[in-house]
Design a protein. Structure first.
Length: 185
């Protein structure tokens, strides 16, 4: 059951952070089959979400610093590619290191805003299917395999899956916000 937060006592930025933390925790508490089912539905959710937004507005943002739908798609493609490596490392080489990356630097230096959003979408769909297939075929003990992240410490395969379910949903919501801003301009 969702609880109401009184905005008169907590600043809006703090509310958003509290909601994010609660949602991340909720997903991490799901059973493995539920996580796998939600993870597998990512491509369907992305496809359905994108159908609602006219392509003419995919480059729109109301406020400098907010990512456009195109930029979000490229971020998700890069995140899915990083996840592809992280999952495989957790399974094949548990205890190995994975690299962090600066998402804002990637967005700027890789020129997300000038890149073809359809390519990003296709990368996401293909890699999510490959990641899902991998997760379906590995034994249960592999879900406890961990990788070492220099900023976040030891991360299990199970944790990575849960985190990426939340992350994907978070960015679908970000796309919806851009669409609402575009509609209300």
């Amino acid at each position: 059951m969702a609880r109401r937060i009184k905005t008169a006592f907590i600043d809006a930025a703090r509310i958003v952070e509290m909601e994010r933390a609660e949602l991340k925790k909720t997903v991490q508490e799901w059973s493995r089959p539920r996580k796998l089912a939600a993870f597998a539905k990512g491509p369907q959710f992305l496809t359905e979400t994108l159908k609602r937004f006219p392509k003419t507005m995919w480059g729109y943002t109301q406020k400098k610093g907010n990512w456009t739908i195109t930029q979000v798609l490229w971020h998700l493609a890069d995140q899915e590619a990083n996840l592809y490596v992280r999952l495989r490392r957790a399974i094949a080489e548990p205890g190995g290191f994975v690299s962090p990356y600066d998402q804002n630097l990637w967005a700027e230096q890789l020129q997300y805003s000038k890149s073809a959003p359809e390519q990003a979408r296709d990368i996401i769909l293909l890699l999510r299917m490959a990641n899902t297939d991998l997760l379906r075929r590995v034994p249960a003990k592999s879900w406890k395999g961990k990788v070492k992240h220099p900023e976040w410490g030891n991360l299990s395969l199970e944790y990575l899956v849960g985190l990426n379910i939340w992350h994907f949903e978070h960015h679908l919501g970000q796309m919806e916000r851009r669409y609402q801003e575009w509609k209300s301009r």
